[in-house]
Design a protein around this ligand. Structure first.
Ligand code: PMM
Length: 281
């Protein structure tokens, strides 16, 4: 089921977006799905586990990642998106580049997941407006190389809220409809662990803006820090699934619309547990 704006709409539980990074260097799944067959097989598997959307990305956003040219990003994502759309899967494209988004929409993507919230490419608003598709505006302050230095806030919750409101105002001014917008606090993007926890603790500051909210905490390094071993070494990404699932439960109980995760099955279960509680609250 989709809403008039093209957003998947579920009344029974939180939306679960499965991550499909077709990159050689993403922090937890880089290099695993770079050939078309394995990428498609993984998307089909995530859908069978209950994913409502498959988020296809062709450039890693991990701190310090190398940026790729738009042509290379398109070369990575477009064939996968075409195959998934032809198979009837709902696909979002994880890109901040308008040209890649435009081609991805033409290839069958239904949603633009823009980690730059429209700041990365001045032409993105036009592409999204013309397509009439949903647009995830994530809180962002700059590319990976500069992210750590940009993690300075007076009050992270108030600052992120205000910066997201500016992104929304600019999108509306460019002719994008409010019904097309989804907000995301951008956990881990120019944020230290304490910033991420504060944003989660005060999620109502973001959900209170009245737009659907997406949360991407899956396997992120603030979970690795939380779960560090006795010698202070971060827990590897493979050991962060239970914590990710716990945050899915938290997100669902605190008004989020969706979560973006690598391991779909347990997160769908968490969304169902939360929904069972909410249904009788
Ligand atoms: N995180 C990553 C990539 N894309 N998109 C949204 N909307 N929100 C996020 O938190 C987000 C994102 C980085 O994680 P990955 O390298 O595992 O894809």
């Amino acid at each position: 089921m989709t809403s008039p704006s093209g957003l998947p709409a579920r009344t029974d539980r939180l939306i679960v977006m499965g991550v499909l990074n077709v990159t050689p260097d993403s922090f937890s799944d880089g290099g695993r799905y770079t050939d078309l067959d394995s990428a498609v097989a993984h998307a089909v598997q995530m859908t069978a586990q209950g994913a409502d959307l498959i988020d296809v990305g062709g450039e890693s956003t991990r701190p310090g990642a190398v940026r790729v040219a738009a042509e290379e990003e398109g070369r990575r994502v477009l064939p996968v998106i075409g195959e998934l759309a032809a198979a009837g899967l709902a696909v979002s494209v994880d890109t901040y580049r308008a040209a890649v988004a435009e081609q991805a929409l033409a290839a069958g993507a239904r949603i633009v997941n823009d980690v730059s919230g429209g700041l990365g490419d001045p032409d993105m608003a036009r592409v999204v407006r013309d397509a009439g598709c949903p647009w995830v505006l994530m809180h962002w302050r700059g590319h990976s190389a500069s992210m750590a230095a940009l993690a300075q806030y007076d009050d992270v919750v108030a600052d992120v809220r205000a910066e997201l409101m500016t992104r929304v105002d600019e999108a509306l001014a460019a002719g994008v409809a409010a019904s097309q917008l989804v907000l995301d606090p951008g956990l881990g993007f120019a944020k230290r662990p304490a910033h991420n926890w504060a944003l989660l603790a005060h999620l109502e500051a973001i959900t209170g803006l009245g737009l659907p909210v997406l949360i991407g905490s899956s396997r992120k390094s603030f979970l690795g820090s939380l779960l560090a071993g006795s010698e202070g070494q971060a827990r590897p990404t493979s050991g962060r699934e239970a914590a990710t699932t716990a945050l899915t439960m938290f997100a669902a109980l605190n008004g989020a619309w969706g979560v973006r995760v690598h391991e779909v099955g347990p997160n769908v279960d968490a969304a169902l547990v939360a929904a069972a509680i909410l249904a009788v609250r």
